[in-house]
Design a protein around this ligand. Structure first.
Ligand SMILES: [Ca+2]
Length: 377
């Protein structure tokens, strides 16, 4: 619960105004064939750390659960090369996404889209579930906290009116009492008419509760990246190497001066309903941008180096490290986030790049964090 209040600027309900509209927003193409598997074609490029992805050709089990697509499993190179210097590569080295290493995952079904408000509403209607953002923080969990701050709420993107230094996210995020999945911008805001928007303001336990109700679970980080890469190897995005192939917008991110004004040139200033951008080769939408997605793994920056490997150097079906550690905030327990959000921009955070990693304190939701689920046969 610590992150929910500690250190956050708090904007009182009366001080929040909802803006107009959706404010917030191969190396080797060689014929490597192993039993039951085939490689996907790769563009010729020098990516020495990436080996071809090998996708299982075993038939998908039937029938597929509603709204899910079969991810055939296989073996791939997981991780991200330093993106700095590339167009839209951003300013961070992404050290926590290395070493690039070989990973094998079995086949699974994955939600075609992020879980929507409509789907989450069905879960709440069936179970009476109350999300963490809707519960008042307990005084015993926050010793020394001002009781006036022990109010239910969540973290909301709150753009400043004038440019600010990009030195700390507190300049554009506020803890807003009354913000939750039904009121994504705070009191007075609504999700009416937005059933197809991804649900946000869900903490990790909220996402797990939904998944359990649906007979599913959250993806491991390895499952998520294998699925996002769509059988390709080492490419920058789930669809290829160009951010806008043939000038087409492929993902919902931020355009304009961050964090002051989102121009929405991709069609959306803020969250987009699901399925508004092309699916990747596995049929998955929004694996880059729109909202961040919870994974099941604990976050550690050294997780890839520490993972157990077979004699041939493959990490098999990794579940993540046994505990969390983020040197930047060592007292907080964090799980992995993937995919970036509508706030991503090369000016600040370029985690729309596939293979990059995010992290989130487990009891905190925010206005750009959602999830999708997976299921094995
Ligand atoms: Ca956008």
């Amino acid at each position: 619960m610590k992150r929910r209040l500690a250190g956050w600027p708090v904007r009182r309900a009366g001080g929040w105004t909802v803006g107009a509209g959706r404010l917030l927003v191969a190396v080797m193409a060689a014929a490597l064939v192993v039993a039951g598997c085939r490689p996907r074609a790769q563009p010729a490029a020098a990516r020495p750390a990436f080996l071809p992805t090998v996708v299982s050709v075993a038939p998908a089990p039937n029938p597929a659960p509603a709204g899910m697509v079969w991810i055939p499993g296989g073996e791939f190179s997981m991780g991200c090369a330093d993106p700095r210097g590339r167009p839209f590569g951003g300013r961070e080295a992404m050290d926590d996404a290395r070493p690039i290493h070989r990973v094998r995952v079995p086949g699974f079904w994955m939600d075609e889209t992020e879980v929507t408000n409509g789907q989450f509403a069905a879960f709440v209607a069936a179970t009476g579930y109350t999300t963490i953002a809707e519960r008042a923080p307990r005084a015993e969990d926050f010793p020394g906290a001002d009781p006036a701050n022990l109010v239910a709420g969540s973290v909301v993107f709150s753009p400043p009116s004038t440019p600010v230094p990009l030195d700390h996210f507190h300049r554009w995020w506020n803890y807003v009492p009354g913000a939750d999945w039904r009121h994504p911008h705070g009191p007075g805001s609504t999700i009416e008419g937005r059933d197809d928007d991804p649900v946000v303001h869900v903490a990790h336990a909220d996402a797990e509760a939904y998944a359990a109700w649906a007979g599913k679970r959250l993806p491991t980080e390895a499952e998520w990246e294998f699925a996002a890469r769509g059988g390709l190897s080492g490419l920058v995005y789930p669809w290829g190497d160009e951010f806008r192939p043939r000038e087409r917008w492929m993902t919902n991110t931020w355009q304009g001066p961050f964090p002051v004004r989102d121009l929405g040139l991709d069609g959306f200033a803020g969250i987009a309903p699901v399925r508004r951008f092309p699916a990747n080769a596995f049929g998955l939408h929004d694996m880059s941008g729109n909202v961040w997605e919870w994974c099941s793994d604990w976050y550690r920056p050294d997780a890839y180096a520490a993972a157990d490997r077979t004699e041939d150097g493959v990490v098999v079906d990794p579940q993540g490290p046994p505990s969390s550690h983020d040197p930047q905030e060592p007292n907080e327990r964090k799980r992995v986030l993937r995919g970036g959000s509508f706030l991503c921009t090369e000016q600040y955070c370029s985690r729309y790049i596939v293979g990059t990693r995010g992290k989130g304190e487990i009891s905190s939701g925010s206005s750009h964090l959602g999830f999708r689920c997976v299921k094995r046969p």
